[in-house]
Design a protein around this ligand. Structure first.
Ligand code: PMP
Length: 284
């Protein structure tokens, strides 16, 4: 079943299980005006929860919606919702805003009709011993002129889903997407780092991809831990010649990439350090 144990706060109360949030004329269902974020609870901690809540509010503004819940309210509600689960449960935490009604010109949304909910559901932490395989997608990340790339918006994800489907068809678990200049931007579901001669390299944020909260956190932790990290333009050739590769994202946190196209890689020392630093930070 798609339904692991789920609790959702909607319209002033908690609901268990599936709860319908959209109707036949909901603008978000019809024209895609929704934004969301993803945080995690695991091992009794919720790293960077407030940052994920702050980002969903920025995403709402970028999408032309009204961020009607304060960061403090999101955080408080999340902690209330966590009480429905075991203290060490592995959960996905998803705050979300969407538009209920169209605006005066139909394709636009009425910001006054902004609605929201907060879902928490059980989602086991992926096993880092199982590395991921990645392949280069023919799909690209749009620029800010082409899509709402400054929001974590639902409408950006069908493109990533196409990249994932293409990767799966080729026997890979994830896809790398380039920006419109042909530099690697991110994976379909996470940010990406490579390591060359002991230096960690990650695509420089250029507005085309989600420069994730886990990415920034990992980058800062590595630098504080004495590892050189460079944000720069990286080509697929750089990936094919990398010593190590790993992904960062709220869902899997720091996770090793063990195959790039036809090439096998071992989880390396910089990846291991990054994961260890992240876990220490999460539990501090
Ligand atoms: N890129 C994409 C496309 C994502 O869906 C995610 C997961 N939210 C990330 C990057 C990683 O972002 P974060 O570390 O903020 O979760």
């Amino acid at each position: 079943s798609h339904w692991s144990r789920t609790f959702t706060f909607l319209d002033g109360q908690w609901h268990e299980g599936n709860v319908p949030i959209m109707g036949v004329r909901t603008h978000a269902a019809w024209l895609g005006t929704s934004v969301f974020d993803g945080a995690r609870a695991f091992e009794g901690v919720t790293p960077d929860l407030a940052q994920h809540c702050a980002r969903v509010n920025r995403s709402a503004v970028a999408m032309g919606l009204k961020p009607v819940v304060s960061v403090e309210q999101w955080v408080e509600l999340t902690h209330a919702g966590l009480k429905h689960f075991a203290p060490d449960a592995a959960l996905y935490i998803r705050p979300m805003y969407w538009a209920e009604f169209p605006g005066a010109r139909t394709v636009d949304a009425d910001p006054e009709s902004t609605r929201w909910c907060l879902s928490l559901y059980e989602a086991g932490m992926p096993d880092p011993a199982r590395g991921t395989s990645i392949t280069l997608s023919r799909f690209r990340r749009p620029t800010i002129e082409c899509a709402v790339t400054d929001a974590k918006a639902g409408c950006l994800y069908p493109n990533n889903a196409r990249a994932l489907a293409e990767a799966h068809a080729r026997g890979f678990e994830n896809a790398a997407l380039c920006d419109m200049l042909g530099n690697v931007a991110e994976l379909a579901t996470a940010n990406v780092f490579i390591v060359k001669n002991g230096v960690a390299l990650t695509p420089a944020a250029n507005g085309t991809f989600l420069a994730g909260i886990t990415r920034t956190r990992t980058l800062e932790l590595l630098r504080a831990g004495g590892v050189e990290v460079v944000e720069t333009a990286l080509t697929w050739r750089d990936f094919l010649e990398a010593d190590e590769a790993f992904s960062t994202g709220n869902y899997s946190k720091v996770s090793p990439i063990t195959r790039i196209e036809e090439r096998d890689l071992q989880p390396g020392p910089v990846y291991r350090r990054a994961r260890e630093l992240y876990w220490d930070f999460a539990h501090s």
